[in-house]
Write a protein that binds this ligand. Structure first.
Ligand code: SF4
Length: 395
């Protein structure tokens, strides 16, 4: 029997799947051709679901540590015992140190909105330390929204109508395979495809022009593009007058980044920057696809904020096929009734998840006495990994 499903990987494409089930076992997985966006095409990871799900190596019972921390000695226990032990530990930590001594640590796990947010209400009600979810995309989102406000960005399908596509900091061909056909088809139809990325990755190899900028120089490049666009009067004056604020201030800032200066900062020839700016400024439908790359650096939010100003400068939003796409993940949704931050006691301490190492090793009043990890692997993904490992190793 074939059943409809959705891929459970932590991947924003969320492919529609058809799953063949025989005697309670998944025997085959293929793409659902009726899914409007992924249209039956899935990557190899999902095709391996049957062997992963039914693997004898899967952990299917709770495991209790029986040796010192770090020695990886565990024994299987039943679910009731596990739940009782966790609940009793929560109670004892709470009564001895206060509930803020408990820190939940989680992130995505997969793209299901209920699944990834369902734990929040419990920890809010408990009065546990509040985790600030800053890893991954929030810096990019904050920067983007500072320029363009909240709301969905341009649909990726728009790129089909574009004559000038910039993929900025995304290895789309490898990591966002359902978006790639739109760019590839537009390119075949005559669009110029630019890739801005410090790596000569697979996507960059398919570009008409690859600007291999130094990491962390995206904002300088964007400001320099603006300087050329303003200097050559390629702006959309009507769009700027009717839809934007702060243009005069931006003009002053952009003037500080002539192409010669940006070339020094970014490590690409001055002529390339001028050509890029002119190509973008003169395009009939200038389109930008940003990845997460520009935001994964110090002041990354500001880099994304700067890039996100470019479409407004040339009025791209008023041109079919023009615009800017930030993320394909998530749909606008109000999660307040799920996460229930209203249950959190006023004044509850907040811990920034990228500072977990500090929190585990230096926080007092109260110290973290219980770390409750779900949907994440902080030993691998959290920065300051030496401090994180030190913190995880302490009793
Ligand atoms: S691209 Fe692969 S991992 Fe991503 S949702 Fe589709 S099948 Fe899953």
């Amino acid at each position: 029997m074939w059943k409809r499903a959705v891929c459970t990987k932590d991947c924003p494409d969320t492919c529609g799947l058809l799953v063949k089930v025989e005697n309670g076992q998944i025997v085959k997985v293929k793409g659902d051709p009726d899914h409007p966006f992924t249209a039956g095409f899935i990557c190899k990871k999902a095709a391996h679901f049957p062997e992963h799900i039914h693997s004898s190596k899967r952990i299917i019972t709770p495991l209790k540590r029986i040796g010192p921390k770090g020695t990886a000695k565990f024994e299987p226990i039943g679910w009731n015992q596990a739940l009782d032990e966790v609940a009793s530990r929560m109670r004892s930590v709470s009564s001895e140190f206060g509930s803020e001594a408990i820190l939940p640590y989680s992130y995505g796990g997969h793209m299901g909105l209920v699944h990834r947010n369902a734990g929040h209400a419990f920890f809010n009600r408990l009065g546990a330390s509040n985790l600030d979810y800053t890893i991954c995309g929030p810096a990019a989102t904050a920067g983007f929204e500072a320029s363009l406000g909240k709301g969905p960005s341009t649909e990726i399908q728009a790129a089909l109508q574009s004559d000038y596509i910039i993929i900025w900091g995304s290895n789309t061909l490898t990591t966002n395979l359902h978006a790639w056909p739109y760019f590839s088809r537009a390119q075949k139809a005559g669009a110029t495809l630019i890739v801005i990325d410090p790596y000569r990755n697979r996507t960059a190899q398919r570009a008409d022009v690859h600007l291999m900028i130094r990491p962390g120089t995206d904002a300088a490049l964007a400001l320099s593009m603006m300087q050329v666009i303003i200097d050559k009067d390629m702006m959309d004056h009507d769009f700027i007058a009717q839809n934007t604020i702060g243009f005069e201030k931006l003009k002053i800032r952009a003037k500080e980044y002539p192409p010669a200066r940006a070339a020094d900062i970014c490590g690409v020839p001055e002529e390339m920057i001028v050509r890029l700016a002119k190509g973008y400024g003169r395009a009939g439908s200038p389109y930008i696809r940003t990845g997460w790359g520009p935001a994964r650096q110090l002041k990354g939010g500001m880099a994304m904020r700067t890039i996100a100003l470019l479409p407004a400068l040339v009025g791209a939003f008023n041109k079919p096929g023009g615009g800017i796409t930030r993320s394909l993940g998530g749909a606008p949704s109000d999660l307040r009734s799920l996460t229930r931050s209203d249950l959190r006691p006023p004044g509850t301490r907040t811990v920034n998840m990228v500072e977990l190492g500090n929190a585990l090793t230096t926080l007092t009043n109260p110290p973290i006495k219980m770390l409750y990890v779900y949907l994440s692997n902080p030993a691998v993904v959290a920065p300051q990994s030496r401090d994180v490992l030190k913190g995880l190793a302490r009793e």
